[in-house]
Design a protein around this ligand. Structure first.
Ligand code: GLC
Length: 426
């Protein structure tokens, strides 16, 4: 049954539209964020396809010469935001951050083409070389030894900024002694108790300093930087996006691209096995410096189906874990295993539920014949929003809305779910 809340979703997208790009939420995140825009496009597509395309086309205004698409594009000057372009040492126009975020865009582009018409086809074709260059960048600069696993150089690159997955590697970073004085802005607008500690923040900035000082030489950062981990979110999103890019290459008859993408897919299918943990019962993060695996599963682990990854035995195990977690949470899927002692139901990426992760998790379950699991994930995603509003994330035990309000990607996923799965929406 539709609720009054549903009709607010379109207003939120329009309200966060800054003319060609959308801010994730008005105060906390005042610029364009990479994967936020990909999901925003899914929402816009339900009522304005041209606007959906402009959202993702605009991301490539910030693409670097090496193919990287940065995680933030600083569309305007905002001294209220930290860390801004000066800290990143960005030399591009528009200024950007120095690393990327999970590459969802190819998957959204394919979806727009397959649900659209001639204009969608034309725009996807124009975007194709840029997407290919971005994927190439991941496979080359973030996997310099060709292992089939791509690394991330900063927790922020995972999109799951504060997940326990990064704790051990972050602890090992020696904080640079010349960071200088700085004033964070996130704690001005959000409850400090739910944000990272100041020591963690110093470590974040230590990684940024390393990148800035080597002028974002990504191969050097991959080999020598203070942090290099394989993240199941980036890995699985990229694997899925490679399949979607392949479908576009086939559609456009681009044989050389098809061969390249096919090699990436083969390599990743093998490489991802290095993320499997029998102890955790799923694919987890791995520290690429030490080889250590994370101690527990997260919502990113559930993206294995979305990526078409894993053996039949591994997939059975993931479903078993998923069902057990479903029984423990009123709303799934939590960002950290609730059976593990690192679980915190209200703290940013250490327990709360995110609509965008759920959208991908449900799509994966559906594609692999687990319609009941997909349905539960979608129903919970809609129900949390109807109960609490369009928050950034939600408490999995109570459904309380947390973080920023009137959030773009939460509204966008709500619209996408309503339009795709009307039958499940009750
Ligand atoms: C937070 C999230 C990240 C997101 C950004 C903007 O940093 O962890 O995934 O892209 O907010 O919404």
């Amino acid at each position: 049954m539709a609720s009054e809340r549903d009709s607010q979703a379109v207003e939120i997208l329009r309200g966060n539209d800054r003319g060609g790009y959308t801010v994730p939420t008005a105060r906390l995140y005042p610029f364009q964020w990479n994967w936020d825009s990909a999901f925003a496009a899914l929402g816009f597509a339900t009522f304005d396809r041209d606007r959906a395309w402009r959202e993702i086309e605009g991301l490539f205004d910030g693409q670097w010469e090496d193919g990287m698409v940065p995680h933030i594009i600083f569309r305007k000057v905002d001294p209220e935001y930290f860390p801004g372009p000066g800290v990143w040492g960005s030399t591009t126009e528009p200024p950007t951050s120095g690393h990327s975020q999970p590459p969802v865009v190819a998957s959204v582009a394919r979806w727009l083409v397959e649900t659209g018409g001639r204009d969608d086809e034309r725009r996807a074709h124009a975007m194709f070389p840029k997407l290919l260059a971005w994927h190439q960048w991941w496979h080359r600069d973030r996997d310099p030894d060709g292992t089939g696993l791509v690394g991330i150089i900063h927790p922020w690159e995972s999109g799951r900024d504060n997940c326990p997955d990064w704790d051990a590697a972050m602890q090992r970073i020696a904080i640079a002694d010349d960071l200088g004085a700085y004033r964070r802005r996130d704690t001005d607008v959000a409850d400090a108790a739910t944000r990272p500690t100041s020591e963690t923040y110093d470590r974040y900035l230590t990684i940024v300093k390393f990148g800035r000082e080597c002028e974002w030489d990504h191969e050097r950062i991959a080999r020598e930087g203070p942090f290099f981990m394989a993240d199941p979110c980036v890995q699985f999103v990229l694997m899925r996006a490679d399949h979607d890019l392949m479908a576009l290459a086939e559609r456009f008859g681009d044989d050389p691209a098809r061969r390249r993408i096919s090699d990436w897919i083969t390599l990743s299918d093998e490489g991802v096995q290095a993320l499997w943990s029998d102890a955790a019962g799923g694919f987890v993060a791995r520290d690429l410096r030490t080889g250590d695996l994370s101690p527990a599963i997260s919502n990113a682990s559930m993206l294995a189906f979305y990526a078409n990854a894993g053996t039949p035995g591994q997939r059975d195990e993931i479903v078993r874990q998923a069902r057990d977690i479903f029984d423990r949470c009123r709303y799934v899927f939590p960002s950290w295993d609730p059976r593990h002692d690192g679980f915190e139901q209200r703290r940013y990426w250490r327990g709360p539920v995110w609509s965008v992760m759920n959208w991908m998790i449900a799509a994966g379950f559906d594609a692999h014949g687990h319609a009941d699991l997909a349905k539960r994930v979608r129903r919970d995603t809609l129900a949390m929003v109807r109960q609490s509003g369009f928050f950034e994330y939600f408490d999995p035990l109570t459904g309380e809305g947390l973080g920023g309000s009137d959030f773009t990607w939460t509204a966008a996923v709500h619209l996408a779910l309503l339009s795709e799965y009307a039958g499940d929406a009750g």
